[in-house]
Design a protein around this ligand. Structure first.
Ligand code: TYM
Length: 329
């Protein structure tokens, strides 16, 4: 039987991915490679929906591609590509945008959050239609499953609605995808403000996989913890401590009760140091070193990118062809 398909994407909008990206999404990407037909993309078209610098974008796209390989994405098992190199993405996005209600797009909470921060006048139309391009990314590959963090759930719902709407009007065209969200690591929190998700926009609370190990230790040692002394998993009352415990669990895979027991007679300082050391040893050091080594051979990376784009385009063009025929082009 043919393997079922997976697609997911990540933006090249920072110099480095962070551990929220890793636990929320990338780790699942790596695991799914053996059981699914996987398509993974660095979404540079999405990255120009907010302010950007072309030179920096180019550098970050290359580095993002290298980081994907460094965390364990294997170009022999999966199709790994840069979104702008596969022209079917914006082509399908245009068609889908004609099937998306204006109000429907306006209800996307990420768009609302971002426009609130930047102001409506400064927000681009591209930012508004961003989720439709994301839907095109997914539907082009007939993906059944989309491994993402919790913040992408609403975009996945829109993707499903668009797929069903198109199928109802034109006959079976798209597989209706499902979000694959691993509950415990779906939302890694900011180390400085454990009520917010970890994000590059708050660099002090965000642990990047390309950070120097010393910088990582400093971020953990100054992490915000909670009142009281007990080390207990209690997200409502102890969000800071629970976030650290969650990170440990994501790495060691132990039961939460076993992790709590390990810290029975210890203090918050011990917990912070332990988590920091674990993240440095298991995540930051190996991924950082591997990425730097891969970036040493740009030619090879560019060649892998072109191969990925060619493989992706074969699948994407078949879907687009059927869509174009159905709408009368
Ligand atoms: P992006 O680039 O913001 O994030 C990449 C992935 O990391 C997850 N993530 C987190 N998970 C847990 N805790 C966190 N603190 C955290 N921060 C980020 C995100 O949920 C995401 O899975 N719109 C997408 C990119 C995209 C895409 C797609 C995803 C474009 N096309 C098609 C899936 C399918 C985004 O901005 O992700």
């Amino acid at each position: 039987m043919a393997k079922s398909s997976v697609l997911s994407g990540i933006q090249p909008t920072a110099d480095s991915f962070h551990i929220g990206n890793y636990f929320g999404a990338l780790r699942q990407w790596v695991q799914m490679q053996d059981t699914h037909e996987c398509f993974y993309t660095v979404v540079d078209l999405h990255a120009i929906t907010a302010e950007f610098d072309p030179k920096v974008l180019k550098k970050r796209t290359l580095s993002s591609f290298a980081q994907l390989l460094a965390v364990g994405i294997d170009t022999k098992k999966s199709t790994v590509f840069v979104q702008s190199q596969v022209p079917q993405h914006p082509q399908l996005a245009w068609v889908l945008s004609c099937f998306t209600g204006f109000g429907e797009a306006g209800r996307m909470t990420q768009f609302k959050d971002k426009t609130q921060k930047g102001g409506q006048e400064r927000s681009s139309v591209g930012l508004f239609t961003y989720p439709i391009l994301q839907a095109a990314d997914i539907l082009l590959y007939q993906a059944q499953s989309v491994p993402v963090g919790e913040d992408q759930r609403q975009h996945l719902e829109l993707t499903r609605d668009l797929a069903v709407r198109f199928n109802n009007q034109f006959g079976q065209t798209f597989v209706v995808p499902e979000a694959f969200i691993v509950k415990e690591s779906a939302k890694i929190l900011d180390l400085q403000d454990p009520t917010a998700k970890m994000s590059k926009s708050s660099p002090q609370g965000c642990v990047f996989i390309m950070d120097e190990p010393d910088a990582v230790m400093k971020k953990f040692k100054t992490a915000m913890t909670d009142s009281g002394k007990e080390i207990k998993y209690d997200p409502a009352n102890k969000p800071g401590v629970s976030n650290l415990l969650n990170i440990i669990k994501a790495i060691t895979n132990e039961e939460m009760s076993a992790i709590e027991a390990q810290f029975a007679n210890k203090g918050y300082g011990d917990l912070k140091t332990f988590t920091g050391e674990l993240v440095v040893e298991k995540i930051v050091k190996p991924f950082r070193e591997k990425t730097l080594a891969l970036l040493g051979d740009e030619k090879e990376l560019n060649s892998l990118m072109s191969e990925g784009a060619q493989k992706a385009e074969k699948v994407a063009s078949a879907t687009l062809k059927s869509v174009y025929e159905k709408v009368g082009f």
